[in-house]
Write a protein that binds this ligand. Structure first.
Ligand code: PAF
Length: 278
């Protein structure tokens, strides 16, 4: 597995990987890899001949009071996991190379970026869209893979790729969960053992809400109950518990089309998100 830091040597390394028209998959990550990322790798290997992974903790997608400084950085462990997972090339760009002095472009995906996490974290999806556009353009893979845990991010990236006509297939990979149901996230590492125990209320409240909605209960009552369950478990700063259209993410008051049930809230100082198909 080749590890590249310098943008200047990336094009030649990618040319060599492409060889005689090999199909390339890109798995963009911020590192601190876990089994959810490895599921992206597994799917990438199924869909392509060669897999490129990026590791970059993107400062543009963190708000001023968010966790950029304490975001876990585990380069050596990440590289070992990627090598074992069959990754062919890891690109670990520096912030200086991606955003050199004078960098002045922001990619903003209107509409879908403004709902839910976009409302709770102003500028977050502009940061995601900008870095993902840069990574996609630098690598120009045939296919790029993203986890469904960040379901809105996936929708934003689908829109971005379509709007810019990049001709890259965007694939969402199902959430990987711990045995008790908590969605894997690099941020779970922030939870104390007691918070980790309580955090399972998030998937549990979503499963209960999904079952109640599917059995015909009124959506607003179900969402209110899920919110109360989260509060009772010790969640605070609940940004949303919502049923939304699976494609547009617009809020739904009745289940009349494919939908997604999603929640975001803080356990202690850690903001967790989760979602389920309904
Ligand atoms: O999901 C992530 O890890 C990040 O948001 C991404 C897509 C790598 C962009 O920085």
């Amino acid at each position: 597995m080749q590890i590249i830091r310098d943008l200047a040597v990336l094009p030649a390394a990618l040319d060599a990987l492409r060889g005689n028209g090999e199909r390339i998959a890109l798995v963009p990550t911020m590192g601190a890899l876990h089994a959810g990322h490895m599921a992206l790798m597994t799917e990438a290997k199924r869909l392509a001949d060669k897999v490129v992974t990026t590791i970059f903790v993107n400062p543009l997608q963190f708000g001023a009071n968010e966790d950029l400084d304490r975001y876990p950085r585990r380069e050596a462990e990440d590289a070992a996991m990627l090598e074992a997972g069959g990754c062919d090339l890891v690109w670990m760009p520096s912030a200086e190379q991606l955003y050199p002095p004078g960098f002045a472009t922001t990619i903003s995906v209107a509409g879908i970026s403004e709902l839910w996490d976009g409302a709770a974290r102003p500028g977050h999806f502009d940061g995601v869209a900008t870095v993902v556009a840069k990574l996609l353009i630098a690598v120009m893979p045939h296919v790029a893979l993203f986890g469904e845990k960040d379901y809105q991010q996936l929708a934003v990236i689908r829109q971005l790729v379509a709007d810019l006509g990049l001709g890259i297939e965007v694939v969402g990979v199902p959430i990987v969960r711990d045995a008790d149901g908590l969605a894997l996230s690099s941020r779970n590492a922030y939870l104390t053992p007691e918070e980790r125990r309580r955090a399972v209320a998030m998937p549990q409240s979503l499963i209960a809400a999904r079952d109640a909605i599917q059995s015909g209960e009124a959506v607003d009552a179900v969402l209110a109950r899920a919110r109360a369950t989260l509060e009772a478990a010790g969640f605070s700063a609940i940004d949303y518990v919502a049923l939304c259209d699976a494609a547009t993410l617009e809020p739904l008051v009745t289940l009349d089309r494919p939908a997604r049930l999603a929640a975001a809230a803080k356990m202690g100082t850690t903001r967790l998100i989760d979602n389920l198909a309904v």
